[in-house]
Design a protein. Structure first.
Lengths: 264, 120
C-alpha cells in the first residue's frame, strides 16, 4: 500500500533500463515476448477504416493543429472553393460543443460532431463510428478535424489517406521543432492566416519551412489565408492531385473485370 | 494526457498474453519508448500504477526501456544521434535521413506467474 496516501497502488515499482537492458524472470515467473506497438488495436481499426474509405473512393484527410490555428475557417473557405467540383463531408472532433459542426452545416455540408468529453485526440474507433453515419457514395473528400492539440493526435492513426498540419503565423515558426512527432508525419503543412504577416514581425515562413525540412519531411509547405480565396489555389491543387492518386489506386469495376478476364 | 489510454491498451495486450498462456497473474511488463514516440515513459509508468489496480496485473513491475534516437544519412551513410526537433545528420548536416531508432512505443515482454500445467 502507498505510504503517502494509503491508496492501493504501490509506488516505485518502476525500473528504467536505458537502451539495451535485459529483464530476468523472477523465481516462479516466466517471460513472454510480445513485441507489439501499444497502439496496435487502434492501428488495426485504422487500417480497416482506411480500406473502407479508399474502396469508396473517399479522400480522407486528418487535419491537425493547435487550438485556434484556423482549421474550421480553412474548411469553410475550402468548401466554398470546392463547390461544384468535389463533394465534401466533415467529421468534427472537439472536447465540448458542436459549434464547429454548426459552422460547417451552415455551408450546406454534412458534418458529424464527435465530442470527446475531455479526450485529447480522436481515435480510429471514433472515426469508424462516425463514418457509419455518412453516405460514402455521395462524398469525394472527407475532412477529419482533429481536436486542437499538437501532441496527442499525432500518436493515433485514424485511417486517413494523408495528414495535414496547420501552423498559423500568430504562433512560433519553430513549432515544427517543438512538436516533431506531429510535423514529421505531415503530408502537407499549411501556414495559415498569412494575411496577418504584415502585422507580425517575428514569424518567418522560410524558417517554418526550414524546421519542417530538418525533420526529414519533404512535404509541401503552403502559405494561405482563409480570408483571401486566391491564396487557396496551391492547397486546392494539392487536394485535386491526391484525389487523382486515390482514384488511380482504387480498382474500378472495369479494371477488376479486366483482371478477372486475364486471370481466367 | 493520452498516457492513460495507452496504458489501458497495454493492459489489454498483457491480459490477452496471460490468457493465451493460461496465467492468472501478471507480475511485470517491459515497455520500450523512444524519444520520438510522442509519449513520456515516466508518465506511462505512473498511469500504469493507476490502470492496473483491481486487475490481474495489480502490483506488476513496470520496466521501461529507452532506446536512443538514431538516424541514418542517405548522403554520407553515417549513423548519428540526432535530436528529436532536428533530425539532420550530425556528420554532414543533410536532412536526407531515415530514422532507424527513436519512435518505438512497444510492449516488449510480459512476465507471468507460472502455473502448474500438470495440475490442470
Amino acid at each position: 500500500m502507498c505510504e503517502a496516501c494509503g491508496c492501493a497502488t504501490s509506488g516505485a515499482a518502476v525500473t528504467i533500463l536505458g537502451a539495451a537492458g535485459t529483464v530476468h524472470a523472477r523465481p516462479g515467473a516466466k517471460l513472454v515476448d510480445v513485441g507489439q506497438r501499444l497502439t496496435s488495436d487502434n492501428d488495426a481499426m485504422a487500417a480497416h477504416v482506411r480500406e473502407h474509405l479508399i474502396s469508396h473512393g473517399v479522400l480522407a484527410l486528418n487535419l491537425m493543429s493547435s487550438p485556434g490555428a484556423g482549421k474550421t475557417s480553412l474548411l469553410e473557405a475550402t468548401i466554398d472553393a470546392l463547390a461544384g467540383r468535389l463533394r465534401v463531408a466533415v467529421i468534427e472532433g472537439d472536447l465540448e460543443t458542436d459549434n464547429d459542426a454548426r459552422r460547417i452545416r451552415a455551408k450546406g455540408v454534412e458534418a458529424i460532431q464527435i465530442t470527446t468529453g475531455g479526450a485529447c485526440h480522436l481515435d480510429a474507433t471514433m472515426v469508424h463510428d462516425a463514418i457509419h453515419a455518412l453516405d460514402l457514395a455521395s462524398i469525394d473528400v472527407l475532412f477529419i478535424e482533429n481536436v486542437g492539440n499538437l501532441v496527442c493526435p499525432a500518436g493515433f492513426d485514424l485511417g486517413q489517406w494523408a495528414n495535414v498540419a496547420l501552423l498559423s503565423v500568430t504562433e512560433g515558426d519553430d513549432k515544427p521543432a517543438k512538436y516533431p512527432v506531429l510535423f514529421r508525419h505531415a503530408d502537407a503543412v499549411l501556414l495559415t492566416k498569412t494575411d496577418l504577416l504584415g502585422a507580425i514581425d517575428d514569424f518567418s515562413p522560410e524558417a517554418a519551412e526550414r524546421h519542417v525540412r530538418n525533420l526529414a519531411n519533404p512535404a509541401p509547405v503552403l502559405r494561405l489565408s482563409a480570408r483571401r480565396p486566391a491564396t487557396l489555389t496551391p492547397w486546392i491543387d494539392w487536394l485535386e492531385t491526391h484525389r487523382e492518386r486515390l482514384s488511380q489506386l482504387r480498382p474500378t469495376p472495369r479494371r477488376q473485370a479486366a483482371e478477372l478476364a486475364t486471370a481466367s | 494526457m493520452h498516457e492513460v489510454g495507452l496504458c489501458r491498451s497495454l493492459l489489454r495486450m498483457a491480459e490477452r498474453t496471460a490468457a493465451e498462456h493460461g496465467a492468472c497473474r501478471i507480475v511485470g511488463v517491459t515497455v520500450r519508448v523512444g524519444p520520438l514516440a510522442g509519449v513520456d515513459g515516466a508518465q506511462l509508468a505512473r498511469a500504469f500504477e493507476v490502470v492496473r489496480v483491481g486487475t490481474i496485473a495489480e502490483g506488476a513491475h513496470f520496466t521501461l526501456q529507452t532506446p536512443p534516437l538514431v538516424v541514418r544519412c542517405a548522403r554520407c551513410g553515417a549513423d548519428s544521434n540526432a535530436s528529436p526537433g532536428d533530425l539532420r545528420c550530425l556528420a554532414c548536416g543533410s536532412a536526407n535521413v531515415r530514422l532507424t531508432s527513436g519512435d518505438q512505443l512497444d510492449l516488449l515482454q510480459v512476465e507471468l506467474a507460472e502455473v502448474e500445467n500438470e495440475a490442470a
